[in-house]
Design a protein around this ligand. Structure first.
Ligand SMILES: [Zn+2]
Length: 291
């Protein structure tokens, strides 16, 4: 990256060997910024002239910007992320993998539990959070699950902030004439919207018939209870993602959800998932699980 051509003969004859052995870190301060002219000379004991410094600076800046993602990761400590005010999911991804999904400080997880007025449970959240990573789901569902667990799904309330003449009201509430319609936020849509909640409960009351657990509408945001075995949790969480996905799809089409359509949607997807041995094993366990 730094070449012979950038230096005068005088500098090269005196410092050529030293310059050749310099590494990127010799040009940067602790914040990964280029050192100033005087500090660079002093730190490396090389008497660059100003023109040489400017040439080096151009190359270093280009290198920093093209490798910024790597520089940030190695330079930043996890504590710095945790103390940030508006920490987002993306800041945690690396941390979560390395710390075996200790999500107790992850903002999107905390928010979902606060909305549900439930105490954050690591097992429950780790299972729900990792759904986007299940390879039996289609890419579309995986992306949806990822956006859902990271509170990144877009609802009318946030769209209305950017779009003129765009209504923030909940589509389902407006369509059902539940007026004045509430703002359509993630929290309203999955927790408080009478249409989605009723629909969710209708499906799961039936789905959990003969099983020793009770459906709760807040499962939509925090997933299956942690007492379930891994396999049973996987099946229930997969159903939750599918129902949520279906609801959001209906909302986008501005149509009220219809239960028979949901059943066909789920049956179609389940046939696909059953090709995976992981899902198939879990599904078999689920079917023999009774009260
Ligand atoms: Zn609503």
């Amino acid at each position: 990256m730094i070449s012979r051509a950038m230096f005068t003969n005088t500098t090269w004859n005196r410092y050529g060997d030293k310059i050749s052995s310099l590494e990127l870190c010799n040009f940067l301060n602790v914040n990964n910024k280029m050192l100033s002219y005087d500090i660079l000379k002093e730190r490396n004991h090389i008497n660059f002239n100003v023109m040489e410094y400017l040439r080096i600076q151009t190359v270093i800046r280009q290198t920093i910007s093209s490798h910024s993602h790597r520089l940030i990761l190695t330079a930043a400590k996890i504590q710095d992320f945790l103390l940030k005010k508006r920490t987002r999911a993306k800041h945690f991804r690396l941390y979560l993998r390395e710390s075996n999904y200790d999500i107790s400080k992850c903002k999107p997880s905390k928010s979902r539990y606060e909305w549900c007025e439930e105490t954050l449970n690591n097992t429950r959240e780790a299972r729900f959070y990792s759904l986007w990573n299940m390879n039996f789901f289609t890419m579309e569902i995986r992306e949806f699950a990822f956006d859902l667990v990271n509170n990144r799904l877009k609802f009318n309330a946030s769209k209305a902030k950017f779009l003129e003449n765009f209504s923030a009201s909940c589509v389902f509430c407006v369509k059902s004439l539940i007026l004045p319609a509430q703002k359509e936020t993630l929290k309203h849509f999955f927790l408080h919207c009478p249409i989605s909640s009723r629909f969710f409960m209708e499906y799961f009351t039936d789905f959990l018939q003969n099983k020793p657990i009770q459906a709760e509408h807040y499962f939509a945001l925090i997933g299956a209870p942690p007492e379930l075995t891994y396999n049973n949790g996987l099946i229930l969480n997969s159903e939750i993602i599918l129902v949520n996905f279906f609801l959001v799809k209906c909302k986008k089409r501005r149509q009220l959800p219809i239960l028979s359509n949901l059943h066909s949607f789920i049956a179609w997807n389940r046939d696909l998932f059953l090709n995976s041995s992981k899902y198939r094993n879990a599904w078999n366990t689920w079917n023999i699980w009774v009260d």
